[in-house]
Ligand binder design. Structure first.
Ligand SMILES: Nc1ncnc2c1ncn2[C@@H]1O[C@H](COP(=O)(O)OP(=O)(O)OP(=O)(O)O)[C@@H](O)[C@H]1O
Ligand SMILES: [Mg+2]
Length: 449
């Protein structure tokens, strides 16, 4: 009894404290408002005289809804996004959201009638507006750059969200008009979620890309070009191209797929790269196949010249291995919808004995037998026993299909990749003309340095 009393008194005390804290905060704000410390700026949804939509309102709405502080608002609405699984948070009517810019804290109040909010603001209402509350001293200091910042962020969001991605491929135009890009819609559905990849590595890649996206100013301040380059290497059918697609979908960037064999000269390459748009993924597929065709040297990933792998040339090196048991389980889950199966121990044992197949081979068997998980797993077992012997055991049988093929990927601002790719291209040409024997199977740096 005493305990219950004690708990209720503590709860009451806590409630009282939090109420008085929020009350004193409100009082402090009201006092500040009374003494005109703040300035208010209204961004209405419609232009009052012409009744036309105010574009700044739309941009502001995009910007404010991208702020993490929207989660702290007392009243938010949940809406589905572009994809069915996306959930968007929407600022509730008459709610305030806080933002920080250049050391100043500002408040945006969403002024609207409840009905209009429910109708997603399609109705004309003179009063729907965002009202900015900003300290007078801050207004003089930050208002102009702050509005520019809002414009830039909203443009970025618009570009990423609404545009369909495109895949560009280089062609040699007829009649020696030179090289040019041809493009088709980029519809590859691969995402990081569907890619079977060691989960720790996948998470590191994702957070690496996220931090790269946020670091534009940081790179600029250091005087470094804002780009990130990746070397993807591994046997055929292990997901290198799928990874590029997942990356493009993740970043919302167009893909420029460079076929080096269709580029007659260095200046053509320069021309092509200058035609790429900022914020794109530039891919050079099958670097070593290109090399092998032109030179007598047999080249596999192990034989990519260490100069190319020096720090600063390629930022991230990712190995795509043949399937192991963990990757097999991920694929069984997504292709067949089975998390556990009585045949799994047998599959595990075969993998432990060193057999392996590429994810592409396993994927195909699963798709062909998707109506019967048991049959699918049995067919994988048979294939592992017949075709997969020794492939994962480290005793490599270098055959046509088993050459480790590196793909180079760069993402960042188009123009700046020119220098790097020309370096890369020049490097390969040099290597070809020298016809150097592939030497020095130096070890690759660890992935994701
Ligand atoms: N890691 C993986 N996870 C899921 N599916 C995969 C994976 N690797 C390959 N696949 C499947 O196999 C098919 C071929 O893969 P992909 O083209 O990405 O391989 P690749 O490494 O680029 O091969 P190549 O070196 O021959 O170009 C894809 O359509 C994909 O569905
Ligand atoms: Mg590929």
């Amino acid at each position: 009894m005493l305990l219950i009393l004690f708990i209720s008194i503590s709860l009451l005390l806590l409630l009282f404290l939090s109420l008085s804290l929020s009350f004193s905060r409100k009082l402090w704000r009201t006092l500040q408002d009374c003494f005109h410390v703040y300035h208010f700026l209204k961004v209405p949804q419609y232009n009052h005289t012409t009744s036309q939509e105010n574009h700044l309102f739309r941009k502001l709405s995009l910007y404010l809804h991208s702020l993490p502080s929207i989660e702290d608002s007392d009243f938010t609405t949940l809406l589905t996004g572009k994809n069915q699984n996306d959930i968007r948070l929407c600022l509730g009517p008459n709610q305030t959201i806080q933002d920080r810019f250049l050391g100043a804290t500002v408040f945006w109040h969403y002024q609207t009638q409840l009905d209009d909010h429910a109708h997603h603001n399609h109705q004309f209402n003179r009063d729907t507006a965002f009202v900015l509350k900003i300290r007078k001293v801050d207004k003089r200091r930050i208002l102009r750059p702050y509005l520019q910042h809002i414009h830039a962020v909203a443009d970025d969001i618009q570009q990423q969200g609404s545009r369909e991605l495109r895949l560009f491929m280089n062609t040699v135009a007829a009649g020696h008009e030179g090289v040019r890009w041809r493009s088709v819609p980029f519809t590859h559905p691969c995402t990081f979620e569907t890619l079977a990849m060691e989960s720790d590595l996948k998470n590191r890649v994702k957070s690496d890309l996220e931090s790269f996206l946020r670091a534009k100013q940081y790179y600029n301040r250091l005087g470094r070009v804002w780009k990130r380059s990746f070397l993807l290497y591994g046997p055929s059918g292990t997901g290198k191209s799928s990874f590029v697609a997942a990356m493009a979908n993740f970043l919302g960037y167009d893909v420029y797929d460079i076929d080096l064999s269709k580029i007659p000269s260095d200046s053509d390459l320069k021309l092509l790269l200058l035609q790429t748009t900022p914020k794109s993924v530039v891919v050079v597929e099958d670097l070593d196949r290109f090399l092998a065709e032109k030179s007598t040297a047999v080249s596999s990933k192990e034989h990519v010249d260490p100069n190319l792998l020096r720090p600063g040339r390629i930022d991230v090196h990712i190995h795509f291995p043949l399937c192991d048991f963990t990757a097999f389980k991920t694929m069984a889950n997504s292709y067949l919808g089975v998390k556990e199966h009585k045949l799994f121990p047998q599959v595990q044992e075969i993998f432990q004995n060193g057999a392996s197949l590429s994810p592409a081979e396993i994927g195909e068997l699963m798709i062909a037998n998707r109506n019967s998980p048991s049959r699918a797993i049995k067919s994988v077992i048979t294939a592992l026993q017949t075709d997969g012997d020794g492939r994962g055991s480290g005793v490599r049988q270098i055959g046509e299909d088993d050459v480790d093929e590196p793909d180079g990927v760069m993402c960042g601002e188009g123009l700046h990749t020119v220098k790097d790719l020309r370096k890369l291209y020049g490097f390969f040409r040099l290597k070809n003309t020298r016809r150097s024997p592939s030497s020095n199977s130096s070890s690759m740096p660890s992935p994701l340095r």
